[in-house]
Design a protein around this ligand. Structure first.
Ligand code: ADP
Ligand code: G6P
Length: 484
């Protein structure tokens, strides 16, 4: 940690390393998803403590010694919160994954509002808060991450523990009509207003939150303009902000330039015989619109038969939440669709869809980004979507096109220079890909250079500085505008 800086204590459900039992042995794997990608360089840069669950719920595992090497190499302290299998089932698989995740992504029909999930969520939040209280002191800045842990400020206060504490939501915040379906809506809002600062990905998410707050507390008043505002609600005064999360741009761009990675990218192109590469990269999640995307490739090949044999769609999916039934069903659905599209169009020497279901090492993932002519990022709804930003950062040749869902948080920042599509509109996506194929070299380079400039400027270090400035500053100065 740099001298003179306030110590940072980051708290999230996941740590950057996750323990997993593979063939009877516990292994340490990098955590997956945008939260870990974004926060890891922040902690590496500033130092501090990261508190979270290890991914294991077996009481006999020696978590600390398994994670010791990871922590030493990372350069910051890792502190684990042990959870039992019952706690993981109720709080993580239940409340987090079967209630908040689908609800906040506008997919309320997938929610199971079981009261036992709510109770488990409260118990585990209390348990986390006890660890936070023990592992931090009054001068530290406590930064809670994401929807699993919305009750941290509430419980710390109820224990009489005083901390400067901020919360950042990595996923969207829904509109009042959707949020009001939550049986515990009032308790959740009451918990969120206990933070000193609550941050969202976009201005629209912040607006949705204010809408919900004012439905439940009509007297709540917002003061100020710009990215960070002050809210007065009952006896509480706190800040609200929009802070679009980002990536370590240089890390991705430099990795793509490394000779071995550039060679790998070239080999990928050669293996696909220099056909145009359309790339999708996601955690395997129903919010990512992967089946719809594969269907749009089917539509593309039906509508534009001249593309047969001239393109490949490569979908890389990282396994996620595999214990949950809906994720298992999604995997089967995707595999069947890939088979169906390949069955319809393949001919000797050409298979249109290449599907990889695994976690790739970063240099390999970056080689795919660098090789791809089109980055196809079409979530049905997404807080931000870092894949879109990673694709741009790796496109050093400035020759690629980003086709982006209008419902990804990233669209607020990247809309002027990405090709925006509605992820539910298969014809529209097919048309977008076809158009992107016909952009001239000048058009591609103009748009990609602007996208890269935006991601380079508003990178992860800009994000952390703007959040902490809003969290720590006594008065609100001029905050850089964020795109709405
Ligand atoms: P989410 O947070 O919902 O998973 P994001 O797009 O914001 O969505 O972040 C996904 C992160 O996971 C990115 O940093 C991306 O590089 C990483 N990732 C996605 N697929 C893979 C894969 N197959 N192998 C390794 N990393 C992956
Ligand atoms: C998203 C969420 C994160 C979560 C990640 C991976 O990025 O915002 O909080 O960690 O998905 O999901 P998992 O359930 O494996 O932690």
């Amino acid at each position: 940690m740099e001298s003179g800086m306030q110590k940072l204590v980051v708290v999230s459900n996941r740590l950057p390393a996750a323990l997993k039992k593979e063939q009877g042995r516990w292994t340490v794997n990098p955590g997956s998803g945008g939260l870990v990608t974004a926060m890891a360089p922040v902690l590496k840069n500033r130092g501090g403590t990261w508190i979270g669950w290890s991914g294991a719920s077996d009481p006999d595992v020696d978590v600390d010694s398994l994670l010791a090497d990871f922590s030493k190499e990372a350069g910051y302290e890792l502190c684990t919160v042990p959870l039992t299998k019952e706690e993981v089932d109720g709080y993580y698989f239940g409340f987090s994954n079967e209630i908040i995740w689908p609800l906040f992504h506008d997919l309320q029909t997938r929610c199971r509002f079981y009261p036992k999930y709510w109770r488990a969520y409260l118990d585990v939040n209390f348990k986390f808060a006890e660890v936070v209280a023990r592992k931090s002191d009054q001068d530290d800045y406590i930064w809670i991450q994401d929807y699993h842990l919305m009750h941290q400020a509430f419980f710390l206060k109820s224990m009489g523990v005083k901390r400067n504490i901020g919360f950042f939501l990595h996923i969207p915040f829904p509109t009042p009509d959707i949020f009001m379906k939550l049986p515990w809506r009032w308790k959740l809002i009451q918990a969120l207003i206990e933070y000193d600062l609550v941050g969202f990905q976009t201005i629209q998410d912040r607006r949705n939150f204010v809408g919900c707050l004012q439905r439940l507390m009509p007297e709540a008043r917002v003061e100020g303009r710009g990215a960070v505002v002050t809210v007065h609600a009952g006896n509480r005064q706190f800040r609200l902000g929009a802070f679009p999360i980002s990536i370590d741009y240089n890390q991705f761009s430099d990795l793509a330039k490394r000779p071995d990675v550039a060679r790998k990218a070239f080999e990928l192109k050669e293996a696909l015989r220099h056909r145009k590469i359309i790339l999708g990269v996601d955690r395997l999640d129903y919010t990512k619109g992967i089946p719809e995307r594969i269907r749009s490739i089917q539509t593309l090949l039906r509508r534009y038969p001249d593309l047969k044999g001239r393109m490949n769609f490569v979908q890389i999916a990282v396994p996620s939440r595999e214990e949950v039934g809906e994720y298992k069903d999604l995997r089967t659905e995707i595999e069947q669709l890939v088979g169906r599209v390949n069955g319809e169009f393949s001919f000797p020497g050409w298979v249109p869809v290449h599907y990889h279901y695994r976690n790739l090492p970063y240099d390999e993932l970056v080689a795919y980004y660098a090789a791809a002519d089109i980055g196809l990022v079409t979530p049905l709804r997404d807080g931000m979507n870092l894949v879109a930003k990673e694709y741009c950062a790796c496109n050093n040749s400035e020759d690629g096109v980003l086709v982006l869902s209008e419902f990804a948080g990233a669209a607020a920042q990247l809309q002027k220079h990405a090709y925006l599509v509605n992820p539910y509109d298969m014809d529209g996506i097919a048309k977008g890909i076809h158009r992107a194929f016909h952009w001239s070299k000048e058009e591609r380079s103009l748009h990609m250079s602007k996208l890269r400039e935006q991601v380079r400027k508003n990178n992860i270090f800009w994000w952390v500085d703007s959040f902490l400035q809003a969290g720590i500053a006594k008065t609100l100065g001029d905050f850089p505008e964020v795109e709405t």
